[in-house]
Design a binder for this molecule. Structure first.
Ligand SMILES: NC(=O)c1ccc[n+]([C@@H]2O[C@H](COP(=O)([O-])OP(=O)(O)OC[C@H]3O[C@@H](n4cnc5c(N)ncnc54)[C@H](OP(=O)(O)O)[C@@H]3O)[C@@H](O)[C@H]2O)c1
Length: 335
């Protein structure tokens, strides 16, 4: 597996194992229950395929503990990315430097390790004070508890405010895929310019880009909360917008036709299209089975023509979506 090198020297596989689904059978909300045994089989398969990169977070119920257990005896072979934020759910207040220190201690304990390779700020609003919090993150690097720090869900203004104090963040983890291209307006160019690697989350738009779902009703409830869907699609929807279901499924139809003409499955095509965008360092895919991971890790190279066709087929949806970066909440939390 080809590796991407982030600033600061972390070498990560281009497919990263998304561990939000590693819930140790405590499935609720977005993802149904997944047993430890299945998660362990996915981690074993990742190493067999040459992948080394795993993404988790303090707020993914059961995930850090499960990942830590799965990595016993293999810690040195893995690059672990975790995040702090959302410890009390969506209304979690910002973290002070002391609370960042506590969050890192808790992550290290749950992961059964002495260091996290990449500690990410889950969203910009979780830093109480940019200057003091960045100093704390750098202190944590100095203490060897984290190797690098990264960002997540940082919009253009969030990035610019941070850069007033520090430019050493090595990555920005963002939602990006053929159905959600708002990143291209400002964030992707800024990250390219500053040498910040983009780590893509929800690269399959939570399974939609596998081609398995043809109507909104077929999509599992927890995954219908976002702005691509009508605001009242689920009781947990928080955006209150009209959504763009018609345009989204028409776009999916166009993508499906291009994939079938190119003879490449939609999920592989969608991941390849992302990895062929300049600035994307890795795609973080949530996998349910070792078989899904195997398929997602075998990266194909799309011709320039197919890349262009896919881009053009999704331009209309991109225009409708505009600059919104936050999939779930209106007004945007990611500025
Ligand atoms: N920083 C953030 O704010 C943030 C937000 C969201 C996610 N993340 C991270 O990003 C990771 C990935 O994002 P995500 O899980 O939201 O979305 P995703 O990767 O786009 O979709 C994951 C889902 O797609 C389906 N899938 C995966 N591979 C498949 C294949 N080859 N064929 C058919 N279906 C396939 C599976 O659905 P089934 O379960 O139905 O099989 C899987 O659960 C998460 O695990 C997490 O680590 C970060």
């Amino acid at each position: 597996m080809e590796l991407s090198e982030l600033a600061g020297g972390l070498k990560v596989s281009k497919t990263c194992v998304g561990c939000w689904q590693f819930n140790d059978n405590k499935g609720a909300g977005t993802w149904k229950a997944q047993s430890y045994e299945v998660s362990k089989a996915i981690v074993d398969k990742a190493f067999e395929l040459g992948l080394n990169f795993f993404d988790t977070a303090e707020c993914y119920a059961g995930s850090e503990v499960t990942l830590g257990k799965c990595l016993q005896g293999r810690r040195q072979d893995a690059i672990i990315a975790s995040k702090f934020g959302f410890r009390e759910g969506i209304t979690t207040p910002p973290y002070s430097p002391e609370q960042i220190d506590e969050a890192i201690t808790a992550s290290l304990e749950k992961l059964q390790t002495t260091y996290v390779d990449l500690m990410q700020v889950h969203c910009a609003h979780f830093l109480k004070d940019n200057k003091e919090c960045v100093e704390e993150l750098k202190r944590q690097i100095g203490r060897g508890r984290i190797r690098q720090y990264g960002l997540s869900n940082y919009g253009p203004n969030n990035l610019r405010s941070l850069f007033e104090h520090d430019t050493s963040a090595v990555s920005n983890q963002m939602s990006y895929n053929l159905l959600w291209r708002s990143l291209e307006h400002e964030v992707l160019p800024i990250c390219r310019e500053k040498g910040i690697g983009v780590l893509v989350y929800s690269p399959l738009q939570q399974g939609l880009l596998s081609g398995r779902f043809n109507t909104p009703e077929e999509v599992p409830g927890g995954r219908r909360r976002g702005k691509l869907y009508f605001g009242d699609r689920t009781k947990k929807s928080l955006h209150g917008q009209a959504g763009m279901e018609k345009e989204m499924f028409e776009t999916l139809g166009r993508i499906r036709n291009i994939c079938s003409k190119a003879g490449v499955p939609m999920s592989k095509t969608s991941l390849a299209w992302l990895l062929q965008q300049e600035g994307v360092a890795s795609v973080i895919v949530g996998c349910r089975t070792p078989e899904q991971l195997e398929e997602n890790s075998k990266i194909v190279n799309l011709s320039d023509d197919v890349v262009k066709q896919l881009t053009e087929a999704t331009d209309e949806l991109k225009a409708k979506l505009g600059k919104t970066l936050d999939q779930w909440v209106h007004p945007d939390r990611f500025d």
